[in-house]
Design a binder for this molecule. Structure first.
Ligand code: IMP
Ligand code: MG
Length: 171
C-alpha cells in the first residue's frame, strides 16, 4: 500500500479555522448543538468546535460503517443515538467525509425528525463524483476526487485514523 500526502497539517488547520469562523457567523444567536458522527469525524469535530466562538453543546451519533471494505454496503442503520433534546435547537451535523451520500442522508433525516429548528451539515472532505444519492453539505472543508483517503480521523479497516494529515491510500 502506498500513502501520499493530500493535505498537510498546516492546510487542515487553516481550512478548519475558516470553517469555524463562517459557522460562528451563521449560527450566531441560536442554541447550537454540534453533532459529531462517530468515529471518523471526532478529529475534525474537536478542531472545528474549538474554532466556533459561540456556546455550543456537543453530542454524538453513530451509524453503521463500511466494515472493513473500501466500498459502502448501501445499508445505513443507527448504532448510537444522540442524547440531547434537539427540539428548537440549531444542529450542525459534523462528518468526516461524504462519499455515496447515503450516511449523511440518513443522519439528516433522522435529526430533522427529532424537532431541530435548523439542521446544517459540515463535512471535512467531500467526494461529489461518488454520490449514489444527491446530497450537498452546507460547509465543505475540501472537495476531492473519488479516491480512498486516510488520516485525520479517516480509517481503512480501523487503521490510520491518528495520522495528523490526509493521505491517499493506493494499492
Ligand atoms: P457514504 O455513506 O458513502 O457517504 O460514506 C460516508 C462514510 O464512509 C464516511 O463517514 C467514512 O466513514 C466512510 N468513507 C468514505 N470514503 C472514505 C475514504 O476515502 N476513506 C475513509 N473512509 C471513507
Ligand atoms: Mg469510516
Amino acid at each position: 500500500m502506498a500513502q501520499t500526502t493530500l493535505f498537510s497539517r498546516e492546510e487542515i488547520v487553516k481550512r478548519v479555522a475558516e470553517m469555524g469562523q463562517q459557522i460562528s457567523a451563521d449560527f450566531a444567536g441560536r442554541e447550537m448543538i454540534a453533532l459529531c458522527v462517530l468515529k471518523g469525524a471526532v478529529f475534525f469535530c474537536t478542531d472545528l468546535v474549538r474554532n466556533i466562538s459561540l456556546d455550543v453543546a456537543l453530542d454524538f451519533i453513530q451509524v453503521s460503517s463500511y466494515g472493513n471494505q473500501k466500498y459502502s454496503s448501501g445499508v445505513v442503520t443507527i448504532l448510537k443515538e444522540p442524547q440531547l433534546d434537539m427540539h428548537g435547537k440549531a444542529v450542525l451535523i459534523i462528518e468526516d467525509i461524504i462519499d455515496s451520500g447515503l450516511s449523511m442522508r440518513e443522519v439528516f433525516r433522522y435529526i430533522e425528525s427529532r424537532g431541530a429548528s435548523m439542521v446544517r451539515t459540515a463535512t471535512f472532505l467531500d467526494k461529489p463524483a461518488a454520490r449514489k444519492v444527491p446530497f450537498s453539505a452546507d460547509y465543505v472543508g475540501f472537495s476531492i476526487e473519488p479516491q480512498f483517503v486516510i488520516g485525520y480521523g479517516l480509517d481503512y479497516a480501523e487503521k490510520y485514523r491518528n495520522i495528523p494529515e490526509v493521505q491517499v491510500l493506493s494499492e
